[in-house]
Design a protein. Structure first.
Length: 759
């Protein structure tokens, strides 16, 4: 019995000793990692400091000082997404540390959590009523939550208590600027400098104010005046950032000075390399980037930038190989995937670019650059409807970016929605007045509106500012052609081809000119030469098909359209043009047999089966068409054209409307911005008695294609069913205004008469 008691006691003692040893070991390891992190911070190596601080917290999650230092390190690297939560956790672990509370409050301000920031400041003031930084934080937080009177009172009280503190004048300046009181704001910032002439932060604050007030010259002067006071490199960094924001080469000596004092400053090194790359000084760019690629922490940053510089210098395969090797080391690095997508897009390797962009988006779904490149790659594969949705996402993600608006303007223009195209192009010009593509699309949209004077006015400065831009000369050709000035148009298109021999737009312009001038041989010669070089480009194939139709070579036109459908099975234009070709030739039986054979040969392909269903519809064989579409949708449930056509067939034959709705919604998921699919969905809703939903669908169709009379007829019918007689009349009158002899014109007149009788 005594032996058992002794054994139990010994076991307990041993367990306690083991646990105590483990705790001591964990605490020791945490402290060691913490000290190493501080050493790295002193050297300016924040990436390694972060690793050490995280290691410390892995050993001791409640180590408040380590969390605080980790938050500061994240802030130094610009990673506020991680800095803010770590600062808040540190403040919770160290409630009596005023500096930690105020740091957390400042970061919460940056994150927009103004109430939480105010609470942190108040907590510090409860312990230290004269804490300057707490007063400043409280005033700024109150100003942001629209408590302007309270904010001003807080700052004025603090200034009375501490009149010699420049930081309070800076906070007052920030507050007054936020209230729109420019003179009062500038005076407050200048008083801060008067109080502390050698305080760099006071001059920084005034320079920042000038920059925010669109006074860059004053901002530059203020920073230069502070430069002799700069012993820590703060102003040097500010001036480098200032010049970089303005795209000025004067940033170079300041970046070089930063690196001479802190060679491991990855941000400065990347910025210097970027500047050299922009100047096309690729050797110096590669030298600047090289240390980034040699460091295991920053190798991915280095690899992306070196690959970009190599590609720009013409070493394209070297750049692609570098990125492939880097992705083997870091397959989850979104930057590497995104750069790969960008360079593949530039090389017109569109399918590979799409795959790389999707890989980047799987890792970071809200990555704007990858989303934008994805949309561009999909557009180049002639999948405009799919790209439309992607560019809308990109525009929502970055409202101040001109790129998505430009792409959307172009897509709207292609659809015939000129009004929206003009609006988006003007928005893009407002965002970036120096962006030529924005003005080019605006010119094209104005031409489509037949607004020749405005198009002329927009084009003239472009030709002067960008005399070597092929896109500008194509726009000039388009405008001249619209004015029937064929000689000027030919000179413009020819110049565009000299500047960019692969420009499909310039080639198309010259082909159209030759056809209009009865020069069919010249037109065909241009088309055949382009086909020899770009046999897999759907745009070239569509241009060739239209040219062959114009020159009565239906056999070659058919071959081109079949290639387009193989390359781009979602191209509704190709389906429609090919169907019209067969219909006009009275060759529907022959075409049907051909597509049946293709469908048997490629059962997983959308194109042949979809085309077979369309031909059966043209032959007035709806039951056979339905069977074809149903088989295809069993194999490919997301085939949008088949789903849309099957939905309409079910409506027309009095079939199950719930099933029709399911098919229409399936088509809508894949091509959410297609006006024909939206029209089909509206018809199904209308037939089901859901007039308000039908109105919404038809409105989308009329907005996308405002010159389609059938869409306006359907909208009028839906408004009439919804009891909105005024809107119904407007829609029906618009349908008749567009085409008084259209297929639905008689129905529009009948419904108008009925509405007038019931008025």
């Amino acid at each position: 019995m005594m032996q058992q008691q002794f054994s139990a006691s010994a076991l307990t003692a041993a367990l306690v000793a083991t646990l105590a040893g483990a705790c001591t070991s964990a605490a020791t390891n945490a402290q060691r990692s913490f000290e190493r992190g501080k050493e790295y911070v002193e050297k300016g190596d924040y990436a390694r400091a972060i690793i050490e601080y995280r290691s410390a917290l892995k050993s001791n999650a409640g180590f408040g000082e380590a969390r605080y230092r980790l938050a500061l390190a994240y802030e130094k690297t610009g990673d506020l997404g991680r800095a803010v939560p770590e600062a808040v956790r540190a403040a919770d672990l160290l409630p009596d540390a005023a500096e930690v509370q105020l740091t957390a409050g400042g970061m919460l301000m940056l994150a927009g959590a103004f109430d939480d920031a105010s609470a942190r400041a108040q907590r510090v003031l409860e312990r230290d009523p004269k804490n300057l930084k707490a007063f400043m934080l409280l005033g700024n937080a109150n100003a942001h939550v629209k408590q302007s009177d309270l904010a001003r009172a807080t700052l004025e009280q603090a200034i009375k208590q501490l009149p010699g503190e420049p930081g309070l004048q800076q906070s007052l300046g920030v507050f007054e600027a936020g209230q729109g009181n420019k003179q009062a704001a500038e005076a407050a910032f200048k008083r801060a400098i008067e109080i502390a002439p050698t305080l760099i932060q006071a001059r920084e604050a005034l320079a920042n104010y000038y920059w925010s007030d669109n006074r860059p010259d004053d901002a530059e002067r203020t920073l230069k005046e502070a430069l002799p006071l700069d012993s820590s490199g703060i102003v040097t960094r500010d001036l480098a950032a200032f010049y970089l924001r303005q795209g000025r080469n004067e940033a170079e000596p300041f970046l070089a000075r930063l690196l001479s004092g802190s060679p491991k400053d990855a941000a400065a090194r990347a910025a210097l390399g970027d500047l050299y790359a922009k100047q096309r000084r690729f050797d110096k760019a590669l030298d600047a980037y090289a240390p980034l690629a040699d460091d295991p922490i920053t190798f991915a940053i280095g690899a992306t930038r070196i690959a970009y510089a190599e590609h720009a210098a013409g070493l394209k395969e070297t750049a692609h190989s570098r990125l492939k090797d880097a992705l083997k080391r870091a397959p989850k690095d979104a930057d590497l995937h995104a750069m790969s997508a960008r360079l593949l897009l530039a090389d017109q390797r569109f399918e590979e670019s799409e795959a790389a962009a999707r890989a980047a988006l799987q890792i970071t779904p809200d990555r704007f650059e990858a989303l934008y490149v994805l949309g561009c790659a999909i557009v180049e594969q002639n999948r405009e409807k799919e790209a439309f949705q992607i560019f809308q996402q990109a525009a929502a993600l970055a409202p101040s970016a001109s790129g998505p608006k430009l792409q959307l303007a172009h897509l709207h223009l292609n659809r015939g929605d000129v009004r929206t195209a003009v609006q988006l192009a003007q928005e893009a010009v407002t965002i970036d007045p120096n962006q030529p593509l924005a003005r080019i699309i605006l010119v094209r949209a104005l031409i489509a509106q037949h607004n020749v004077p405005s198009a002329d006015q927009a084009l003239r400065p472009l030709l002067k500012a960008f005399p070597d831009s092929p896109e500008v000369h194509v726009a000039a050709g388009d405008l001249a052609l619209f004015k029937n000035d064929r000689d000027t148009a030919r000179r413009a298109y020819t110049r565009a081809r000299e500047l960019s021999p692969e420009s499909v737009e310039a080639l198309s312009g010259l082909v159209v000119l030759n056809l209009l001038s009865q020069k069919s041989k010249e037109a065909l010669s241009l088309v055949n030469a382009s086909l020899a070089a770009h046999s897999g480009d759907a745009r070239v194939l569509m241009m060739a098909a239209r040219t062959y139709i114009a020159t009565k070579d239906d056999k070659l036109a058919e071959l081109m359209l079949q290639r387009v459908i193989t390359i781009s099975p979602q191209s509704l234009d190709a389906y429609g043009l090919l169907a019209r070709l067969y219909f006009n030739q009275h060759r529907l039986d022959e075409a049907k047999a051909q597509f049946e054979a293709m469908a048997r040969k490629e059962p997983a392909a959308n194109g042949p089966a979809t085309m077979l269903g369309i031909i059966l519809q043209l032959q007035n064989k709806p039951d056979e068409a339905k069977a074809v579409y149903e088989r295809l949708l069993q194999a490919k449930p997301d085939a949008p054209v088949a789903a849309n056509n099957l939905a309409m067939l079910l409506v027309e034959s009095g079939g199950n409307l719930d099933v029709a709705l399911n098919y229409a919604q399936t088509a809508m998921k894949t091509l959410p911005n297609d006006p024909d699919i939206s029209d089909t969905l509206g018809v199904v809703y209308w037939k089901k008695g859901l007039a308000s939903l039908a109105v919404s669908a038809f409105e989308r169709s009329t907005k996308a294609q405002p010159k389609n009379p059938a869409f306006w007829l359907h909208l009028g019918q839906a408004y009439a069913s919804a009891g909105n007689k005024m809107k119904a009349r407007e829609a029906l009158q618009q349908a008749l205004k567009i085409d008084a002899d259209s297929k639905g014109a008689a129905e529009a007149r009948r419904l108008l008469e009925d509405l007038n009788k019931r008025a």
